[in-house]
Ligand binder design. Sequence first.
Ligand code: SAM
Length: 261
Amino acid sequence: MGGCCVGAVGKSRSALKSGVKRLVARTGFDIVRSTDNRGGVDEFIPFEATMRAARSAGLSVGDYIDEVMNGTPGATRSTIEELAARGVFAAGPDTVLEIGPGSGRYLELTLKECAPGRYEIYETAQPWADHLVETFGVVARPVAGFSLAPTPDASVDLVLAHKVFNTLTFLGTSRYFLEMARVVRPGGRIVFDAMTETCLGPDTMRAWAAEGGTGHDSYPAALPRGTCVDLFASLGCELEGSFLAPMGVGTTEVLVFAKAT
Ligand SMILES: C[S@@+](CC[C@H](N)C(=O)[O-])C[C@H]1O[C@@H](n2cnc3c(N)ncnc32)[C@H](O)[C@@H]1O
C-alpha cells in the first residue's frame, strides 16, 4: 500500500495500518497501480476496499484516510482552512486544476470553498479518477509524461497538488512544476506541498529512517525549498506564503505562489 495516502508509519499507527492491510487482503482487492507513473510511488490505495472501509467506519473517505489510515484527524480540513485564511479562494477561482487528487479528499473541500466553472484533474489511478468524475463532475485529463499539455497556457486560476511531489521523482516533479507555471493565468495561484528542509530537522530525519518506507524506499522524496522558490520566481510566480501540514511521522511544507499580473 505504500507511501501514498498511507504515508509513513508511526509506531502508534502500525496496528491500524496492519488492520488496513489485512482488510485489503480479505476483500481480495489489489492496490491500484497507476497507469503512467514512470518512477516514484506507482501505487495508490485501492478504490473499492477503501470506500467500503470508510462506509463501515461511518466516515467520509477523506475523514477515513485522515483519521484511520494516516492517524492525523482533521489534517485535510486544516490545510484547506489555512489556504482559505490566506485568501486563496477569495477571488472565486473559475478554473481549478489539480494534479494527483487521489481519493478527492482535498478536492471535495476545495469545492466547498469555491464553485469553479471547470475543475480539471490529472490522476493516474483510474478507478479514483472515474469516481471523482462521476461524483463531482470534474474533467479528467489524460496523464502523459508529467505534462499538462491538454490544458492551454495561462488558462487556470488555481493550480493545486497535495501530497504528490513527495511521491514523484525529481524529474517528474521538475516537469510538472514547469507545466504548472505555464497553465496558471496572470494573477492566478499555484499551491503545492513539498518535504523541504523546513520539515527535516535531525529528529524528524531519524524518525523517517526508523519508521518510514513501508515497501517504498523512494517515499518520501525531499525537495529544497530555495530551489522551488527560485524556479517559480524565474517563471513569474512569487512566493506569497507557506505553512506546515502533517505528513507521516513528520510534516510537509505547503507553498502558495501568485503569478504576476
Ligand atoms: C500520495 S497520493 C495523494 C493523493 C491526494 N492528493 C491526497 O493527498 O489524498 C499521490 C497521488 O498522485 C497520483 N499520481 C501518481 N503519479 C502521478 C502522475 N504522474 N500524474 C498525476 N498523478 C499522479 C497517485 O495516483 C495519487 O493519487
